[in-house]
Design a protein. Structure first.
Length: 216
């Protein structure tokens, strides 16, 4: 593969877990507060990946204030039910175990609030594999993927960025990784497309969970 990576930063939604049901149910709940009904669940998949405030603004034209209000409605549902409406991708646990056995350091880097991300990792018994779980703050702090990545690298005292590979399914992962000065591997089993990942400049692209092992 040309490079030898020691640290692997994993996105959460669309990379470690299929979170589509929990996220779209939470978005639907929030939208109903504004009299908006969205029967086509697939239209809400675009909420998976970017910060929620960005999505409410871009897709529904909400003002800054309304975006944050919608996020609070979203969290009303999410913290009680949506957080547990996930599915760990098939073969993912075996992959993580093999990577750890090879001496690799694994870190979660997500735009989801850190407290939610930690609970999901714990609930699905993935915590033994990860050195650290990094996410955004509830008040919007660390609101970009690049900021989350910087925070994760600092928390784990990573000295050389040449040894770090970000793994994610959306352009936000690629763009955030490159802004932070690290490479990015795009995965096609999540919610992004090959075209999206290529346009963002992904350094590598794979189709299956097991393909990630080639880069270890």
């Amino acid at each position: 593969m040309g490079k030898s990576y020691q640290y692997f930063l994993f996105d959460l939604d669309g990379t470690l877990v299929d979170s589509s049901i929990g996220i779209t149910n939470s978005v639907r709940y929030a939208l109903t507060k504004y009299g908006i009904e969205e029967p086509d669940r697939s239209r809400l998949y675009r909420f998976i990946g970017p910060p929620l405030t960005d999505s409410f603004r871009e897709f529904y034209g909400f003002s800054e204030e309304t975006c944050w209000e919608a996020v609070e409605f979203y969290r009303e549902y999410y913290k009680k039910k949506g957080i547990y409406e996930n599915r760990v991708y098939e073969g993912l646990e075996a992959l993580l175990r093999q990577m750890v056995e090879r001496g690799k350091k694994l870190i979660v880097a997500t735009s989801k609030p850190e407290v939610f991300a930690r609970e999901i990792i714990r609930f699905y018994h993935l915590d033994p594999f990860f050195q650290y779980v990094a996410g955004m703050e509830f008040d919007g702090g660390r609101g970009t993927k690049a900021e989350v990545i910087e925070y994760a690298l600092h928390a784990c005292k990573v000295a050389s960025r040449e040894e770090v590979l970000m793994i994610g399914d959306r352009r936000y992962d690629v763009e955030g990784a490159h802004e932070a000065g690290i490479d990015c591997l795009g995965v096609l089993y999540g919610f992004g497309s090959r075209r999206e990942l290529q346009k963002a400049g992904a350094d590598y692209i794979v189709g299956a969970v097991s393909d990630i092992l080639m880069y270890t």
